[in-house]
Write a protein of this length. Structure first.
Length: 366
């Protein structure tokens, strides 16, 4: 009997050890320390950041907390995007305007390897970048706030006529813009100018089938992962509601099976997004969540009170994206909040730009 007892005790110990190995222990104190450090740092310097970055932070914090004080950061962003849409959408009928603005958008992509690859991919359809990264970007953001912007009908008409499918499903484009393309797909659906989801999903899987992962270098694997997380993020309307885990099982299963490679090869941004994907799918107890949380806690720079860039750059404007993702991963709420609908919140409704109008929201949108 004693020997049987010793064997049973050993088996139980081994079982516990294997369980801890699959789901590392992440303490609430460690999560809170990193969360609070990043939050204090960002909010102390928030007014120093560009409007787009202030908006990015404020919108995500509103959706995590429902606290209307974050809506004013979104209002700052609204003024910027409304002015931009007024310029772009209200000039659409001017001769050569679209082609000229597309050329300008391509010229500011940069000069690095990724920028060169993106420029090359855009050569067959240069106006695609204007339709998507300009018109769709600004109009979808205004729409998220429950509003429509200047020259809205003109913008909608133009986008309905545009050939978006060719650029969205092109192999070279997917290899350089995977996450951005799925954003464009959902933005187009959001504002009612086209449903390209099935086409893009098919094209994405064709470019990145799981059975060819070993052939992908680190950059291409990161691009694949970034695209996969954004399928889930875009479907949640960027953290406004949960997603159906069954619909995205093809992504979640990939993350589970490849978490060791992900932790080794992905950036901190992507690793945080992988963990958040399971939270959005209603699976907070999946071992992947704890593993990504542990990684993010280790990546926290105590001196800078943030997660710096891979090269150690502590610039807050450049690093806000990865740091607000880290905050979300470490302190996920029980309930997500839609909006902010700026025309309805006491903090913002009196201060909207004159060029926007409140949308008629349906109950299903609330």
């Amino acid at each position: 009997m004693p020997s049987i007892l010793r064997i049973s005790t050993l088996a139980a110990a081994l079982f516990c050890a294997s369980s801890f190995a699959s789901a590392p222990l992440v303490t609430e104190a460690a999560k809170s320390e990193v969360y609070q450090g990043i939050k204090a740092n960002l909010e102390t310097h928030l007014f120093e950041l560009p409007p787009r970055v202030q908006g990015h932070y404020g919108i995500r914090q509103y959706r995590m907390t429902g606290d209307s004080r974050y809506a004013n950061a979104a209002l700052v962003d609204l003024y910027a995007v409304t002015e931009a849409q007024a310029f772009y959408a209200c000039n659409l009928d001017n001769k050569d305007f679209i082609s000229n603005e597309a050329t300008k958008a391509i010229s500011v992509l940069g000069k690095g390897p990724r920028a060169k690859a993106r420029k090359k991919a855009l050569k067959p359809f240069p106006e695609f970048i204007f339709y998507t990264d300009v018109l769709l970007r600004y109009s979808s953001r205004i729409d998220e706030f429950g509003l429509t912007g200047p020259c809205h009908e003109q913008l909608i008409t133009t986008l309905k006529k545009a050939d978006l499918k060719t650029g969205l499903t092109d192999k070279a484009m997917i290899e350089t813009w995977a996450a951005q393309l799925i954003n464009y797909v959902y933005w187009a659906k959001q504002i009612g100018v086209g449903d390209y989801l099935a086409d893009y999903k098919s094209a994405f899987i064709g470019v990145y089938p799981d059975n060819q992962d070993q052939q992908l270098d680190k950059k291409q694997y990161r691009n694949k992962l970034y695209g996969m997380t954004h399928f889930i993020f875009a479907a949640s309307e960027y953290y406004q509601h949960n997603v159906n885990a069954k619909e995205f099982a093809w992504i979640l299963d990939h993350f589970e099976k490849n978490i060791d490679r992900i932790l080794e090869d992905a950036t901190d941004d992507i690793i945080a997004e992988v963990g958040i994907s399971f939270l959005l799918a209603g699976q907070p107890n999946n071992p992947v969540v704890a593993k990504t949380q542990q990684h993010i806690i280790k990546a926290f720079n105590q001196q800078e009170q943030m997660i710096t860039s891979p090269r150690g750059n502590p610039d807050l404007a450049m690093g806000e994206h990865r740091n607000v993702l880290a905050m979300m991963l470490l302190d996920w709420p029980e309930k997500l909040h839609k909006g902010p609908y700026l025309s309805e919140l006491k903090a913002t409704k009196k201060y909207l730009p004159k060029q926007v109008q409140a949308k008629q929201q349906t109950n299903s949108e609330r």
